[in-house]
Write a protein that binds this ligand. Sequence first.
Ligand code: ATP
Length: 347
Amino acid sequence: MQPLLSLEAVSKHFAGHQALRDVELGVSAGEFVALLGPSGCGKTTLLRCIAGFLIPESGRIRIEGEDITAAPPYRRPLNTVFQSYALFPHMSVADNVAYGPRRAGASRREAQGRAREALALVGLGEMGARLPRALSGGQQQRVALARAIVNRPKLLLLDEPLSALDLKLRRRMQIELKHIQEKLGIAFIFVTHDQEEAMAMADRIVVMHAGRIEQVGAPADIYRAPATRFVAEFVGEPNLIPATPAGPGRARLAFAGLELAVPEGTSCAMVRPEDVVLVEGAAAPDLATATGVVEDVVAIGSVTTVFVRCGDLVLKVARLGMSGADLEPGATVAVGLRPAGLHFIAG
Ligand code: ATP
């Protein structure tokens, strides 16, 4: 099937600085894609190229097969929601949302009808008569969303739309926004530098690094099987265990002298903290174990992380709740790696 949006070798640079390098990506109709990466990696530049505010020097951007690389923003069947909602302060919420259709030539009656529908979709059906300042930050953000979807674009671009909200509201809005997106069936491309936000919302995550796409995949795949060290470290907390070659197709890990069959080019093994366990009593037979010394304990309520030194390696061990919070630095413990949690990274 033809993707809704396709990016083919898109490159963009500013005054000698290469902001995007050969970006290739396809987005399907109705899909929720998160662009994730650290500050300066090119997320906003990519979004602006898709929106038409920037034109790439090379490469092609297509929507449903049509080349829109150089088309002006208003000719593209998409809309953008920015971090600042920029609502008209003197207009009612309903008029704010009806403004777009009115400008596009809809009658007042029709524009108001579509505004009502869009406001109902974002859960603000009762708020049309209010002025923006009489709404909370989260509600204002939803008005901005209603305004962006009122003309039913095929694709909505969202540039860190939740970053002005406090953490609790932000977490709630993530869930709401995901539900609204599913209900609308509009494809979303959502820029964020918050890996939890990307994991919580997206069907697929595009991890970017220095203007390139580092990996594209479902959140669970990115988390369990990061393609590179950068992805392993940017998405979640990894334990990276150096691996040295030990004959064809085998490597020795810097943990308990463990020797394993590994893919070609493996330079380290990654294991998430929840796949490292503190062994009390007899270890399960498939568990590779080593003795270590507790260095630190960080208990934040929902999860406790125990830092255990095993030789040159400090392993993070995650435990649910306050379990392990009473361990003292200096205590000797046995740690084990769950074999199913081991993932090998090349390079
Ligand atoms: P952030 O999360 O901080 O917004 P980002 O991943 O969205 O970062 P971009 O805004 O796309 O990053 O910027 C990518 C790179 O291009 C950065 O190094 C930035 O300084 C540079 N850049 C962006 N816009 C311009 C511009 N108009 N002129 C010159 N350099 C720019």
